[in-house]
Every structure is written in C-alpha cells, then in structure tokens.
Write a protein that binds this ligand. Structure first.
Ligand code: HPA
Ligand code: ZN
Length: 375
C-alpha cells in the first residue's frame, strides 16, 4: 500500500480518463478541526458498501492461517501490509482474492463478520448491509452453508451484544462466467431468508450488468433486492450505468461516479430516487466538462442520493467509515449539515421496514439537533 496521506487528489482506481494514481490510505487529515473530527466520529451512521472479505485485516489473516494450518507467503503482518500496493482494480482484486485463502470454516466467517460489526459499532454505525463473494469460497471447496452460517451467527450475536443491525448481500463476480454465478445463486437460494439482496462486483471491464440479467431476475423472483457496482472510470462506464438503471432497474448503485458525466442518466436516477453508495477510497474524481469533480461533491450538488462507505478497509490502511467520511469531508468541503444529509441518505437507503428506518432517522435528527445543526 502506498502511503500518501497528504495527497488529497482523487485516487480513482482504474482511471481510464484520469492518470493512474497509487491507491492512498484514507486518514483524517491532521489539520482537520477537532470538533469536525469529533462530529464525524459521533454521528449515527449506516454502511452499505463494504465487502466483508475486504475487512479481513492482515492480523486476522495470520491468526486464521495459524488456526487452519495455511502457509502465508509473507513473514509477518508488516510484510503483508507492504504488499498492499495497487494501481488499478485488477491489481487490487488479485491481492484481495488471494487473501481469502485463509477463510475455510464456519468459525472463520463468524470471526470475520463479528470483527467488522464490532469495528463498525465502535464508529457509531447503527446498521450495515454487507457484501460477500460466495463464488470465491465455493470454488475453493468451502461449503456455502459454512459461509452464510458463520456470517449469520455473527450478525445475530452482534445485534444481541452490541445492538448493531445488519443484513447480507450476495455478490456475483462479474469476471467469472455467467454459469459460475448462477451455480452460486442456486446454492445460496435455500438460505435466501439470510440474504437481503444480490450485487455485482469484481472486474467490470467487458463484464456489463446485462451479462447477469437472468441472475438478477431470478434473485428478484426470490424476493431479493438488486444492486450493482458501476466502478469509476471503467470502459463503457455510461453504458453500464444505463444498463443497471434502465435495463436491470437496480434498487441501488455502488460507486457510480461517472453518472456526473451524463445529464440524461442523472435525470433518470433522480426520477427513480436512486441511491449511490460511494467509497471515497475508490471513487476519486471524475472529469465533467473538462474539469475534475469530486464524486461526493458532484452528487450532492446535483441532488443525487449519495452515501459514504468504506469498501475494502483492511486493504486501505484500516480506514473504516469514520475515516472515509473525514477524507470526503476535506476533499468535498462538506459542511456538518451536508454530513448529516449524507447520513440521512444512508438510513433512507436501507432495505428495512419503514418503522426501523424512522427509528434510525430519529436518532440522527436528535444528534443534529443537540449540536445545533439544521438538518
Ligand atoms: N469493485 C469491484 N469489486 C470489488 C470491489 C470494488 O470496489 N471490492 C471488492 N471487490
Ligand atoms: Zn465495492
């Protein structure tokens, strides 16, 4: 991982229209006023764009490797972290998928998920919807029952012990075959009551949302919601956004920053009240009318429903949602009222009952009122 804390320029991954930049760690800039940092830390939050396998910290990798008798290709945690150097989505994904080799048992998935939820709870996340990549586990011979079972048990324990609510989203790996994804969906459907939706992740190049139209339709018929990654500055990015929005009619979009380049797509998204789960670590700037625009700022200014999320925090300097928000605050010059708006967008985005949503929104409103922030 390249450390470039002082660089607040956009670090878009796989930036076709931007120079390739080393992926930065996200960290609250040192000169952030303490009251702003405290405000962000204490604000009630929700998170929707976090890959559980992307929360697998190097320390946990070593602990699980020991427990499972797996040999890691690094001498220690520091050496492993030094290997986290990425310059585009494929180079990131290679490290990310290799890292999963230590996840073998139901208890491993429990430990992974519980650690994320405990971390999120410590950052005042009240509710999270988390991605997982079943194909990667099934293809290594790990039973889907162990994957979903461990995660589900951790979710229940975290809710009971910490009070954090959560749900689970199964992601299709778009760079594998449609058949492989369909097999994973079929394997998971007997556990559909443990899932809230399906998503689409991994390498987007030449893997459009339409490749998975049948999968999305089957998932929908089973009562699941649908989301899709539209990574930033990918090949055919606007066509992929159009397919997701119009052809698949997704329920939300993960990343999606290039929509700022299309007034037509913005109008469609607004008409659908579409939510965008933006991760400042991956979604840096996009070029709009020749000018670089911060994705969070651009979406806010155009009235799009944007939330801020952490994506793969274990691979990004262990920066979870609070740090992602702090980074976005500086880069997009967010006011406290805008931060509250972003958190309100996030609770609004949840796939939960209106009553539960109202409960979370009331907590956020009380937080804003107590601090004199008109929201
Ligand atoms: N994009 C695509 N695939 C992923 C990501 C991402 O941000 N994180 C983990 N898999
Ligand atoms: Zn993602």
């Amino acid at each position: 991982m390249h450390l470039d804390r002082r660089s607040l320029i956009g670090g878009a991954l796989c930036a076709a229209a931007m120079p390739l930049l080393p992926m930065r760690t996200l960290a609250a800039p040192d000169d952030m006023p303490t009251d702003m940092a405290a405000f962000i830390a204490a604000m009630p939050k929700a998170e929707y764009h976090v890959h559980l396998e992307g929360t697998l910290e190097a320390e946990m990798k070593f602990a699980l490797a020991k427990r499972n008798g797996v040999t890691l290709p690094y001498a220690d945690v520091a050496a492993m972290k030094r290997s986290y150097v990425f310059h585009d989505l494929p180079t990131f994904l290679k490290v990310y998928y290799e890292g999963m080799n230590v996840l073998l048992t139901e208890q491993d998935f429990y430990d992974l998920c519980y650690a994320y939820l405990a971390k999120a709870h410590s950052q005042n996340v009240l509710y999270a919807e988390m991605f997982f990549d079943p194909q990667q586990h099934i293809d290594r011979g790990v039973p889907i029952a162990a994957v979903i079972g461990g995660i589900t048990r951790a979710r229940a324990d975290a809710e009971a012990k910490l009070g954090i609510g959560s749900q689970l989203i199964l992601c299709f790996m778009r760079d594998l075959t449609a058949e492989n994804a369909m097999a994973a969906l079929d394997a998971a459907l007997p556990y559909k009551d443990k899932l809230v939706g399906v998503g689409l992740d991994s390498d987007e190049k030449d893997n459009p949302p339409s490749k998975f139209a049948a999968h999305f339709a089957k998932a929908r018929a089973a009562g699941l919601k649908v989301t899709a990654h539209c990574d930033v500055n990918q090949k055919d990015t606007l066509e992929h956004l159009r397919e997701a929005l119009v052809d698949i009619a997704v329920d939300r979009i993960d990343h999606g920053g290039n929509i700022l380049q299309s007034p037509e797509l913005i109008a469609i998204a607004k008409a659908k009240d579409m939510a965008f789960t933006v991760c400042p670590s991956f979604s840096g700037k996009v070029v709009v009318d020749g000018q670089p625009v911060e994705v969070v700022r651009g979406m806010l200014d155009r009235g799009l429903k944007v939330s801020i999320n952490s994506d793969d925090p274990a691979y990004m300097g262990s920066n979870y949602i609070t740090q992602a928000m702090a980074e976005a605050q500086v880069r997009s010059k967010l006011t406290k009222a805008e931060l509250v708006r972003i958190s309100r967008n996030a609770f609004d985005t949840a796939w939960i009952t209106p009553d539960r949503k109202a409960g979370y929104q009331a907590k956020l409103a009380a937080f804003a009122k107590a601090r004199g922030v008109a929201a």
